[in-house]
Design a protein around this ligand. Structure first.
Ligand SMILES: [Zn+2]
Length: 204
């Protein structure tokens, strides 16, 4: 039976390069890999774009209210589905992936972020962690050299902790960060919960 894969990592873990090479490996051998991106990600519109400058046009730009199964009716002989930015899938769309792998027997390889800039799971990632047959962490590196699991949001050069899960603007950037740096640079300066616990520890 086909598997549902979720390869997750922080920003700059090389996810989009892997998306493009995974699709290429199948297509260059005459097989059909369908490249998909949720439409919520506006970066690059109908393209997947990696930070090192490689890009590829997607086959399906999937809006939150749309059904992937409806789209698949337009294709014959699909070898596999490759999905970039899969943190932006809805829970219902992830449920469709379960049906696509287990009933239609088509493998689905998802790439995406696990957590947002506050360290919370994205809905798509939470559903994928629940349902995926295979979970693989892709490594990004923090400025301190440790493995980065978090994505700190910076606006005009300052780390922020307020705001929506998806930020639509030109002035923001993200730093991949390890647990220790995320605690020191983002959580302790901004989160009352973390400040309270920290104070308690320091008073003892
Ligand atoms: Zn660090």
């Amino acid at each position: 039976m086909a598997k549902l894969y979720f390869n997750y990592g922080a920003m700059s873990a090389g996810k989009t390069i892997d998306v493009i090479t995974t699709a290429y490996k199948y297509n260059s051998r005459g097989m059909k890999a369908i490249l998909i991106k949720p439409a919520l990600d506006t970066k690059g519109n109908n393209k997947v774009t990696s930070r090192i400058g490689i890009e590829k046009e997607v086959d399906i730009l999937l809006k939150p209210e749309e059904s992937l199964i409806d789209y698949l009716k337009m294709y014959d002989n699909i070898t596999c589905l490759v999905i970039d930015e899969s943190q932006f899938l809805t829970e219902k769309q992830v449920c469709e992936l379960v049906i696509i792998t287990k009933i239609l027997d088509i493998p689905v390889v998802c790439f995406g972020l696990k957590v947002d800039f506050k360290g919370n799971l994205f809905p798509g990632s939470a559903a994928l962690i629940r349902y995926a047959d295979s979970l693989k962490e892709m490594v990004a590196i923090c400025d301190c050299g440790k493995k980065a699991r978090f994505n700190a949001r910076k606006i005009n050069g300052e780390y922020v902790y307020d705001g929506g899960q998806v930020y639509i603007g030109e002035d923001e950037s993200y730093d991949p960060m390890c647990e220790t740096c995320f605690l020191e640079k983002v959580l302790l300066p901004n989160s009352l919960d973390f400040q309270k616990i920290y104070k308690k520890i320091k008073e003892n």
